[in-house]
Design a protein around this ligand. Structure first.
Ligand code: GAR
Length: 193
């Protein structure tokens, strides 16, 4: 990808489904001089996503798409993305699986953050599964999105220690803190910065 900064930042869309703490950290990062991206659009499948508050606070355009009709939702999303000249998509707690045909339109330009050390613990309920398996570490991974769930090329990972006292809730909290650092770092890496 071409490294661009300043007024020529690459327009990014962030997809969320929930709290949006990663969105918050991406917006903060995007406002720094070193960021290669600007967050120009926030898309969600959940009109009640708490993270949409960050769109309002930061005056970023937001749109909700109903995934009950996934094909239609994706078609409409693509129109919105093109209209806003979006060049890169960051999935940040987006809990729907995008179709092959959607991904084809942004080949190599969709990133995701996942709360485990991939390829371990793809899918949901990662923290509890790591604890149940008596793992000593878990962590988070930023990777490219392909049509196979949580399986695209890995960009960066961060290891987090699991302590004996950790519950899935405390572990999620520890890992989330690292996610907020890892996603911006991964973007710098993607842009060779
Ligand atoms: C994050 O932990 C993210 O890694 C995870 O959802 C959380 C969203 O938090 N994503 C997935 O599990 C995707 N498979 P946030 O809404 O506060 O950013």
């Amino acid at each position: 990808m071409v490294p661009l900064t300043g007024p020529n930042k690459v327009k990014a869309a962030v997809f969320i489904s929930g709290t949006g703490s990663n969105l918050k950290s991406l917006i903060k990062f995007s406002k720094t001089k070193k960021s290669p991206i600007s967050v120009s659009l926030i898309l969600t499948d959940n009109s009640k996503a708490k993270g949409l508050d960050f769109a309002n606070i930061n005056k970023i355009k937001k749109k909700t798409f109903n995934f009950k009709k996934k094909n239609l939702a994706e078609k409409r999303m693509l129109i919105e993305l093109k209209k806003n000249k979006i060049q890169i998509i960051c999935l940040a707690g987006f809990m729907k699986i995008l179709s092959k045909s959607f991904i084809k339109n942004f080949k190599g330009k969709i990133l995701n953050i996942h709360p485990s050390l991939l390829p371990k613990y793809k899918g949901l309920n990662t923290h509890q599964r790591a604890i149940d398996n008596k793992e000593k570490h878990s962590g988070c991974t930023v990777h490219y999105v392909t049509s196979k769930l949580d399986s695209g090329k890995i960009i960066l990972k961060k290891k987090v220690k699991i302590s004996k006292k950790d519950t899935s809730k405390t572990l999620a909290k520890k890992i989330l803190k690292q996610e907020h650092i890892l996603y911006p770092k991964a973007l710098l890496k993607v842009f060779n910065l």
